[in-house]
Design a protein around this ligand. Structure first.
Ligand SMILES: Cc1cc2nc3c(=O)[nH]c(=O)nc-3n(C[C@H](O)[C@H](O)[C@H](O)COP(=O)(O)OP(=O)(O)OC[C@H]3O[C@@H](n4cnc5c(N)ncnc54)[C@H](O)[C@@H]3O)c2cc1C
Length: 461
């Protein structure tokens, strides 16, 4: 339906060492029918959701020797979504899972991050990833390619029964020494599966979170709508830049998902056009897969041409455009309920202004894995994970509501209405530098701290 053409096939000379067999692509629920013992055997860790968080947690559990199974509601795991960014703290964790070789062919190293005013003049540029001094790169990557890479790794390392697709977690019941997980599967059956712990990695519309917080009220829309797409276009700036152009209420973001094609010179560019509205007017449900016509919004960006970036051309060059109302949820005061815990977007969905949704989901899994190593698979481990991250992530959700690092564009609006020749006359560099450095610290991205931190999970060999 909305599977994007893979932006760039992995090079033939570097086949993934986790490539699955043809049989491992078969929907896993058909395997279940043959093997009822899958449901009877009690699992140490059951994971609701086979997205970025769920699959990374499965790999982490395997790494630390904890039996685990993933229940994924979709009938099959598919390469859905568009571009996302993986920050160095998450790349570090993927490397420590032994996925460096698999990540390299699908990720484009981000070397530059640029904020540009609506007038096309630079507000702030800074190096990123290795160029900024991190020991690990920052990568732009197609979410679907990352998802499939993780899925292949899970099947390869844990076996074909590790992910049960077509299995939707609908609820849980506490048991003395664990939890009974209620599951509805596409064969029409409703089952209960026993586990020592259940981890809700079931994303923005988490059923696990809904049971934990019945009065939560659902995702919260702050007034911004994102239109997103992918197009072939000439390199923008350095060709490895994350670029944000605009002001506090209208922005255009781009970053590449492939190196330039040697024959055409074109790159696969991921773009996001953002517009703020009155939040009272409401919007369609937050769903990553809603397709819209370009005509619905292109008029708002018709004169956004700067020589080095032609927004209308980039948008018109896109085969499909998706609309997404930028939503999050109010922070909660716990992520653990008995033997059940939330991770990733189920725990702390946030505005994507700091490129840390997928990155933090990955970091969550590693902190939880370290807690399993220290405390065993237990409620104590779940609480250790929660106390390590809950306050910081709740603060980050709120910081992102204030536009995170993009908030500098709001300062420019306030002080000169977006009209400037030299940004130093409007917002001193030291002031912008402080915003950036505060954000890095809040998001676990302070360079020296990250570089010198011991591995989240100590290597065993
Ligand atoms: C289809 C899709 C496309 C996306 N596209 C983008 C994008 O283009 N850009 C971007 O910034 N972010 C995108 N995201 C969100 C991004 O993946 C997350 O913000 C981030 O990676 C955190 O991942 P997560 O694993 O916590 O949640 P998700 O990636 O949302 O994964 C949640 C998983 O849980 C499954 N699930 C949901 N409910 C249940 C249930 N009750 N039982 C079992 N399984 C369940 C879902 O099918 C999904 O596989 C997308 C998410 C999805 C699901």
């Amino acid at each position: 339906m909305n599977e994007w053409p893979r932006p760039r096939p992995p090079p033939r000379s570097a086949p993934s060492r986790t490539a699955p067999s043809a049989a491992s692509h078969a929907p896993m629920h058909t395997l279940n029918v043959r093997s009822r013992s899958l449901y009877r055997r009690r699992m140490e860790v059951l994971i609701a959701g086979g997205g970025i968080a769920g699959l990374t947690l499965a790999l982490t559990c395997h790494q630390v020797g904890v039996p685990v199974r993933v229940l994924e509601s979709a009938r099959s795991v598919r390469p859905l979504g568009l571009g996302i960014n993986l920050q160095p703290n998450a790349v570090r964790e993927l490397f420590e899972l032994g996925l460096e070789q698999e990540l390299a062919p699908i990720g484009v190293p981000t070397r530059e991050w640029a904020l540009v005013g609506r007038n096309g003049h630079d507000v702030w540029t800074e190096p990123r990833g290795l160029d900024a001094g991190y020991r690990w790169p920052q990568y732009s990557v197609h979410r679907g390619e990352l998802e499939m890479m993780l899925y292949r790794a899970v099947l390869d390392r844990l076996g074909p029964d590790a992910v049960l697709t077509g299995h939707q977690v609908t609820g849980y019941v506490h048991a003395n020494d664990g939890v009974k997980v209620e599951v509805s599967s596409t064969d029409g059956a409703a089952r209960t599966i026993d586990a020592r712990v259940l981890i809700g990695a079931d994303g923005l519309h988490s059923a696990v979170r809904a049971q934990m917080f019945p009065g939560d009220g659902g995702p919260r829309w702050g007034g911004t709508v994102l239109w997103r797409g992918i197009a072939q276009a000439p390199p923008i700036r350095s060709g490895s830049a994350f670029v944000v152009v605009g002001n506090s209420h209208q922005r255009f973001v781009s970053f590449p998902l492939s190196p330039p094609d040697p024959a055409t010179g074109l790159q696969t560019q991921n773009w996001i056009a953002e517009q703020s509205f009155d939040p009272q007017r409401g919007w369609r449900r937050g769903d990553w897969n809603t397709r819209v016509s370009i005509d619905e919004f292109i008029g708002r960006f018709e004169d956004w041409s700067f020589g080095w970036l032609d927004v209308p051309a980039l948008v018109r060059n896109s085969a499909m455009v998706f609309e997404y109302p930028m939503v999050d949820r109010d922070p909660v005061d716990h992520w653990v309920h008995g033997s059940v815990a939330l991770i990733g977007d189920a725990a702390h969905p946030m505005y994507p202004v700091g490129s840390n949704g997928a990155s933090q989901a990955i970091v969550d899994t590693r902190v939880l894995g370290a807690a399993f190593v220290e405390h065993g698979v237990s409620r104590a481990a779940l609480h250790a994970y929660e106390s390590r991250l809950l306050d910081d992530m709740s603060a980050l959700v709120l910081r992102n509501r204030g536009a995170g690092p993009f908030s500098v564009l709001g300062l420019v609006d306030e002080r000169c209405g977006g009209l400037f020749d030299d940004i130093d006359d409007v917002v001193p560099r030291a002031e912008i530098g402080q915003v950036m450095s505060d954000y890095r610290a809040a998001a676990g991205l302070a360079i020296e701290e990250l570089n010198s931190a011991p591995p989240t999970i100590a290597p065993t060999r």
